[in-house]
Design a protein around this ligand. Structure first.
Ligand SMILES: C[S@@+](CC[C@H](N)C(=O)[O-])C[C@H]1O[C@@H](n2cnc3c(N)ncnc32)[C@H](O)[C@@H]1O
Length: 279
């Protein structure tokens, strides 16, 4: 990934009106939809959330939990010299934070446009354009892997991703990832009071799909219950060390889509899985 960032987006952000539905979507369709959606929406995502994320901070989700205080990857002073893979890195903000602590991060993302934003921000982090389900690295190349809302919520087969992460980690390596808290799937994705009443079954795993007039998926998110996620982690060859549900902090008055102070004070919005490779 070494193309220069260009101000002009070659892809139009004027999308046809997409229809939101719940229906099955497999791995290939989900991956295709994610790549084109993030290419089309990376500019808006970075302009809307870039200042909250910071160019070189490591923020786990809309609550604003910062790795500098959470220490989920291990003590910051022990990151020095570690090979770290960031999956679904977007503009590589977390990787820049890791590099500043002396780690050797590699930022991987499916979306070319997200990685162009990484180039725009700058820094020395190597960027790789690839799908999390087929990591282009040799076995045991990394000490640590992490992901802040990258890839995992969008893939049909998370176990495939976890097995790939396990393969590229060294024995005992940590894999820490955040996703939308599964309980949110029972509620409308609205930041206001309408987002506080259960409207769907928590147990319905049918993916959320936005599709165009021809029925092609243009955006896909996959729901796994909390138990599913634990079983997926174990099936992927990991031990679950911790499950963190960040509380909404008093300082954060910002809404991010369906995440808001109102809802954040009542129900969890993010789940962070801290895992270690079983040997
Ligand atoms: C919500 S953004 C998070 C980006 C970044 N981690 C952050 O905190 O801003 C999700 C990212 O995951 C990437 N992504 C989605 N599906 C992916 C896949 N199958 N493989 C790799 N990256 C993927 C998207 O391109 C997007 O950049």
């Amino acid at each position: 990934m070494n193309q220069e960032y260009e101000q002009e987006d070659p892809l139009s952000s004027d999308e046809e009106e997409a229809e939101a539905t719940r229906r099955d979507a497999g791995d290939a369709e989900s991956s295709r939809a994610s790549r084109s959606w993030w290419d089309r929406n990376a500019d808006e995502y970075q302009s809307e959330h870039g200042s909250f994320l910071g160019d070189d901070r490591f923020v786990w989700g809309p609550e604003g939990l910062d790795e500098a205080e959470a220490g989920l990857l291990g003590p910051a002073e022990e990151l020095k010299g570690l090979d770290v893979l960031e999956i679904g890195a977007g503009a590589a903000q977390c990787s820049r934070w890791l590099a500043a602590r002396g780690a050797r991060p590699v930022a991987l993302d499916l979306s070319h446009r997200q990685l162009q934003h990484a180039l725009r921000i700058g820094g020395e982090v190597p960027l790789v354009e690839a799908d999390a389900g087929a990591l282009p690295f040799r076995d045991g190349a990394f000490d640590l892997a992490c992901s802040a809302y990258g890839a995992v919520p969008f893939v049909a087969d998370p176990v495939r991703v976890f097995r790939e992460v396990r393969r590229v980690l060294r024995p005992g390596g940590r894999w820490v990832f955040s996703v939308t808290h599964p309980i949110r799937w029972a509620f409308p994705d609205e930041p206001g009071p309408e987002g506080l009443s259960v409207a769907a079954s928590y147990f319905d795993r049918t993916p959320y799909v936005e599709q165009d007039e021809a029925g092609r998926a243009v955006y896909v998110e996959h729901h796994r219950t909390l138990g599913d996620r634990v079983r997926d982690v174990v099936a992927g060859g990991f031990r679950l060390v911790d499950l963190v549900e960040p509380e909404w902090p008093a300082w954060n008055g910002q809404e991010w889509g369906g995440w808001s102070p109102l809802r954040g004070n009542l129900i969890p919005g993010t789940a962070i899985f801290v895992c270690e490779r079983e040997d």
